[in-house]
Design a protein around this ligand. Sequence first.
Ligand SMILES: [Zn+2]
Length: 266
Amino acid sequence: MTAGDIREIIEGLEPQYLHAILEVALKRTSLFKWKLVQVAKKFGAIDADADYERLSLHRLSDLVSMPAIHNETYRELFSRYIDITRAAEIIVALKTGEITLVLAPPSIIGASGIFSSRDQIPPPTADQAVIATIRHRLARQEVILACMNCRKWKVRTVVERSPDHPICGNCKARLIAALKPYEEEQYGIANKKTKTKEEKEIERRLIKNANIVLSGGKKAILVLAAKGVGPDTASRILATCTDGDSLYREILKAERNFIRTHRFWQ
Ligand SMILES: [Zn+2]
């Protein structure tokens, strides 16, 4: 297509048909396919672990033919990824001459659209989106840092503001346990003078937790902040020595495992 063809198409657009045009055009994008699979998982129509790259076209068209999934996919695409109202305003402004269409060599943004992808709108892969979400959630997760040496100091913070190697504000020890907010009362229990067998077990877990933070620092605090990840799972994850995305993948696996095994009594 020449630039002139493109100009003709843009100038021929009518704002009231934008929605219908996009509905047809979107179906051919990987953004649509990705969102369709995501919605289908939410509805339980396909397995939660299904890899969207591997689903057959046949299976995909099956999903498209389910009205609830079809409608929800479009609803999410049109409300979160596409701004029809603004696009219509731009087309109207072109028609009234308020905006002028000028042919020019590609800008940096334009060039990246031509050269970087086979698709007009490259979606994040499902994997990247999931990792970004857990990374964001854990960074903001509240944690309580509690000294297991003097047993007299604790502070509430979030993972991303935790020090690389926390130190007790009272006794300067580095034996600091990282607790989730709902585990805070365990600190009081572990510090009781006389303890039952169960209470001794809580204390043992907090000391193990603090030892993991002692050797793993902030990375250990991050892992311990994940859902259902106690000291045993945390030390297993940290022992794999992974970093970056693969660390988050390990955490995600542990959280999923926890949710799967605890769903019925939580
Ligand atoms: Zn202390």
